[in-house]
Design a binder for this molecule. Structure first.
Ligand SMILES: *[C@@H]1O[C@H](CO)[C@@H](O)[C@H](O)[C@H]1NC(C)=O
Ligand SMILES: *[C@@H]1O[C@H](CO)[C@@H](O)[C@H](O)[C@H]1NC(C)=O
Ligand SMILES: *[C@@H]1O[C@H](CO)[C@@H](O)[C@H](O)[C@H]1NC(C)=O
Ligand SMILES: *[C@@H]1O[C@H](CO)[C@@H](O)[C@H](O)[C@H]1NC(C)=O
Length: 964
């Protein structure tokens, strides 16, 4: 973000830790550099101490791509060149040992570092004394990607700078709101206490006075126009007295609203310090002249400082700080300017980021399970690395958030595609090695629109389903085919039920020449934990589907499986969604799903000229317009014995098809959730109105103004309409002001029922009426919302030049509140880490291993294997997570124990060390096993290998392993 007036201005301080996070660069080359607080300048106890923090804020892609920013290319779009900033700052730091600088964007620093000579690298090592923090989005990111990204950046810093490169403060100056889960993750990234660091209370945030910009009149960058300090009395325009007076007055004013006699001023802004001499020359003078006034009793002491030095002083002040337990969403910078649009902006990129993270986890796991053979081929060591970097960069607050220019969004997507291409080689290597079959492996990345040339043309092929979860999954597979009957057998040769149904009209319309399959072949697959299962498919019959084999070409009035029974009737939606009828006899609840849209404000409004845009959601009226004409009733049988298990795998109903909004409803055997597959676009703009399309679920649940959303996909927070837990809200935007980020799920409930919606990407949503839950799916807008991006969010693509079409899924489940988590936790997890489906053509060799599990045994339901990733040649990074909150469920919420030695089927675990969450520090240096020297013998003390997990706890281990 660049426009100073509007930038949000919060940064997180982790006050109650002995370490803080930031990246000060310090002068004084010496043999063993002193790190951390020892390098802080002394302050003066009796005075007001003003901490000047020189910094630059360099977006990892926004108006330009990350590499254009690095090189300083395309300065016609925005003048910004990060390589020159780093060159210039290092040069200036060497000129005066008092100077300090904080740099946070590891993605840029890494690029720069690689290009430096050994001499320069050594010089910089002397300058750096603390690592730097991350700069990611907080609203639309998933915790697993956030943790991976922190790990990657911090590992580079530790490898490069040793313990002096370890960040001590979280410097998060430009996300558009703050998530509770982020504060918790930052806290867990450090070892705070020797024992449990579980669920640390979110730490108090610090709020900066002026965005992250310098005080008015004190910007000495080449991009600013403020007068320099003219201090030669023999020359014209001597202004030292004026500068000192203005500075003292600003400092005193700021001190009034801060608690201690220490205040902080951020001296820098977006892409500043390209010519750092301008800044430092004037800052040196400012410090000298302001401090000279101490002899006149000014009482003000100015110093070069860093966030961690500032924090140390706050800590020393021994005050009691308020703790913030809620989060900072939604963020607003004015009464009608709620930053809730970006929760949904660029829904296709948001989905691509999410599924890329799923691919990355699979890629990481298969690198571990396959061993060195997984890395053979053209890419050297860079197999999973390329994907790790691409996913990490996509976490930036102008990347997955959707607030970048179109060409930059394309660049993020290109990086992810390139990462996946690298991972495909690895995945193929490992699957070949594990299965013993070298048949070429085919990837079909457009199964969501029923495109896969292999399955469409082949008479005989096999389907490999790899499951990245540590428990077995059952998953519906839908493949585009032209035949009308197929025989399918599982890994044991057993026949599998299947169905052939015609491709829906909506699908035929959106795939646009990329495929011509007329049917979809549906069957349910089972895959073992961290492993695969292979299904063989043979064509039985070609030709037009017989009426019998496609019972679903006509809409049924009801479909049902063991758990759910939706029925579909057409009504005039306006009356239906408004006046809700409750039908309760044996039915537990009733639900109506519709697709309204908001018309975007174009800024022509008496209350405010704010328009809806990439960042901001502002409908022009609070009443949505109904687009679709039909409603679904969802009747839920709670395991009612009168429901017979249907024999068919799947039921589908297409309740409506309007030109640009459609939905397919599917209900699978064994599934407790109803799948709503939505397709939205091209959103029409012929009426010159931007539109924001939502899916609204209206139920008879008595939710009393309360609903729940997840925080970065992990814990759940309660939200209340027109209310904030820690301050008095005067609601000025009845819709946008009640929107929150939904990363993976949201729900409403009363005493009897809980309606949960699991999403397949980050989206915005709210509960505007009791019993109702709405999720924004897609937005197309005609105006820029004046937060700097300078483009309307008007997405098109080569395939959809008249406006982007986006498709996704919502999974709906209805259950009693007491057991709801048992359904929605695993459900959300299966969507976040979805199975990878690959194909081989023709008959498999009889010696092919059709099933494999990387685990010796299934883990308890509470345990999630968050990370399995190769660390170096003979060690593996493992994160185990207890995925339930304490009182969320009965059995699964209990603490569990896992034996690390009995985990993997292909690896012997020889040694273990526990680390902090971000894997850049040993958890407990004292009890850490020195596994290079004395390896614990297998069969020795078993307790070494037993790991206990409490609710919501994540534990991180480095395992020394040997391939079996
Ligand atoms: C802060 O409080 C601790 C104990 O609570 C005490 O040991 C320490 O001396 C105090 N520090 C100052 C600067 O007052
Ligand atoms: C599948 O059938 C459709 C419609 O008959 C046809 O256009 C398409 O070319 C067929 N695909 C293949 C691979 O035969
Ligand atoms: C939005 O995109 C369409 C299709 O490219 C284009 O015709 C239209 O001019 C664009 N409108 C705005 C306001 O950018
Ligand atoms: C940090 O890096 C050093 C080498 O610079 C290495 O010896 C140490 O093990 C690393 N620490 C962690 C926690 O990875």
């Amino acid at each position: 973000m660049a426009t100073p007036v509007y930038t949000p201005f919060v940064f997180l301080l982790l006050l109650f830790q002995s370490r803080v996070w930031g990246f000060p660069v310090r002068q004084t080359p010496q043999e063993s550099p002193t790190c951390g607080y020892k390098s802080c300048h002394a302050t003066k106890p009796g005075m007001l101490n003003v901490h000047l923090v020189p910094h630059t804020h360099d977006d990892v892609g926004w108006l330009k791509t990350v590499d254009q920013y690095f090189y300083g290319d395309r300065n016609d779009i925005q003048h910004a060149g990060v390589q020159y900033i780093l060159d210039s700052v290092v040069d200036q730091l060497l000129k005066n040992p008092d100077r300090r600088f904080i740099y946070v964007e590891t993605a840029f620093f890494y690029r720069w570092w690689k290009q430096q000579t050994d001499d320069m690298q050594n010089t910089v090592k002397q300058l750096v004394n603390e690592g730097k923090a991350r700069e990611g989005d907080e609203a639309t990111t998933h915790y697993s990607a956030v943790i991976d990204q922190m790990t990657m950046g911090l590992r580079f810093l530790n490898d490069t700078f040793g313990h002096c490169g370890r960040p001590r403060v979280a410097w998060h100056i430009d996300p558009f709101g703050h998530a509770r889960e982020h504060a918790s993750m930052f806290a867990q990234a450090r070892v705070i206490r020797a024992h449990s660091n579980l669920n640390p209370a979110p730490s108090p945030p610090g709020i900066l006075p002026n965005g992250y910009n310098p005080p008015e009149g004190f910007c000495w960058d080449q991009s600013c126009d403020d007068p320099p300090i003219r201090d030669d009395p023999d020359l014209e325009d001597y202004n030292v007295d004026d500068v000192v007076t203005r500075f003292l007055s600003i400092a005193h004013a700021q001190a009034l609203v801060y608690k201690t006699n220490h205040i902080i001023m951020t001296m820098g802004s977006d892409f500043q310090y390209e010519n750092a001499n301008l800044w430092y020359k004037n800052l040196d003078k400012l410090i000298r002249y302001v401090n000279q006034n101490q002899s006149n009793g000014s009482g003000v002491n100015v110093l070069y400082s860093t966030p961690s030095c500032y924090l140390q002083e706050l800590h020393r002040a021994n005050l009691t700080w308020p703790l913030k337990g809620d989060d900072f969403f939604p963020y607003a910078d004015s009464d009608h300017d709620f930053w809730t649009g970006y929760f949904t902006s660029r829904p296709a990129l948001k989905r691509y980021e999410r599924i890329s993270n799923s691919y990355l986890q699979t890629c990481n796991q298969l690198e571990v399970l396959g061993g060195p053979i997984s890395r053979k081929g053209p890419f050297g060591a860079g197999y999973s690395e390329t994907m790790k970097k691409a996913v990490a960069v996509a976490q930036h607050h102008d990347a997955v958030s959707g607030t970048e220019k179109q060409h930059v969004a394309n660049d993020y997507a290109r990086r992810l595609a390139n990462g996946w291409a690298h991972c495909q080689v690895l995945v193929s290597n490992t699957l070949s090695s594990l299965s013993g079959s070298s048949a070429p492996r085919v990837y079909c990345e457009h199964l969501n629109v029923s495109v896969c040339p292999l399955t469409e043309t082949s008479k005989k092929f096999s389907v490999n389903v790899y499951n990245p979860l540590a428990r077995p999954v059952s998953w519906p597979v839908r493949l585009p085919v032209n035949g009308t009957a197929y025989s399918i057998s599982d890994a044991n040769g057993k026949a599998v039920d299947s169905q052939v149904v015609p491709v829906s009209q909506a699908t035929a319309a959106v795939r646009r020449g990329r495929g011509y399959a007329v049917n979809e072949l549906l069957f349910q697959v089972q895959a073992p934990p961290l492993g695969y299962s292979t299904y063989s498919v043979s064509l039985l019959q070609n030709g037009p589907p017989s009426p019998q084999s496609s019972p679903l070409s006509r809409a049924p009035t009801a479909v049902q499986n063991f758990f759910l029974s939706p029925s579909f009737r057409s009504y005039s939606l306006l009356s239906l969604c408004a006046s809700f009828v409750t039908l309760r006899d044996f039915l537990s609840s009733l639900l109506c799903v519709c697709f309204p849209r908001y018309n975007a404000s174009d800024g022509n409004n008496s209350e405010s000229i704010q328009m809806s845009g990439a960042y901001i959601f502002r409908p022009n009226t609070s009443t949505p317009f109904i687009i679709s004409k039909t409603c679904i009733y969802l009747h839920v049988f709670q395991y009612n014995s009168i429901c017979r298990r249907p024999t068919k795998t799947f039921k589908r109903f297409i309740p409506w098809f309007s030109p640009w909004v459609s939905q397919v409803v599917r209900l699978y055997t064994d599934s407790r959730a109803l799948e709503l597959e939505w397709t939205v676009g091209p959103v029409p703009i012929g009426d010159d109105l931007g539109k924001e399309v939502i899916s609204r679920l209206d139920s008879s649940i008595n939710s009393s103004g309360v609903f729940y959303t997840d925080s970065n996909g992990r814990e759940v927070l309660q939200r209340r309409k027109d209310y904030r837990p820690t301050w008095n809200l005067r609601q000025s935007e009845p819709i946008a002001g009640n929107y929150y980020p939904i990363n993976s799920r949201a729900y409403i409930k009363d005493d009897k029922d809980q309606l949960t919606v699991v999403t397949d990407r980050s989206q915005g949503g709210g509960s505007i009426q009791d019993g109702s839950l709405e999720i924004m799916l897609h937005r197309r807008l005609l105006y820029d919302d004046v937060r700097g991006v300078g483009e309307p969010l008007n997405e098109t693509s080569d395939i959809y030049p008249e406006g982007l079409v986006v498709r996704g899924r919502l999974l709906l489940s209805l259950s009693p509140p007491a057991t709801a988590a048992d359904t929605h936790r695993p459900l959300a997890q299966e969507v976040v880490l979805q199975p990878l489906i690959t194909f081989t053509d023709g008959e498999l060799h009889p010696s092919t291993r059709l099933e494999f599990s990387g685990l010796q045994a299934v883990l308890p339901p509470a345990v999630h294997m968050l990370t399995v990733s190769q660390w170096d040649q003979d060690s593996v990074l493992l994160r185990l997570e207890h995925q339930y909150q304490a009182s969320e469920s009965k059995e699964p919420s209990q603490p569990v124990t896992v034996n690390l030695q009995k985990l993997f089927s292909t690896l012997d675990v020889l040694g273990v060390s526990e680390m902090n969450l971000s894997a850049n520090q040993w958890k407990d240096e004292m009890t850490r096993l020195d596994w290079k020297k004395h390896l614990p013998k297998r069969g020795g003390d078993p307790s070494v290998w037993e790991v206990n997990l409490k609710p919501m706890e994540i534990r991180t281990f480095l395992l020394r392993v040997r391939q079996r």
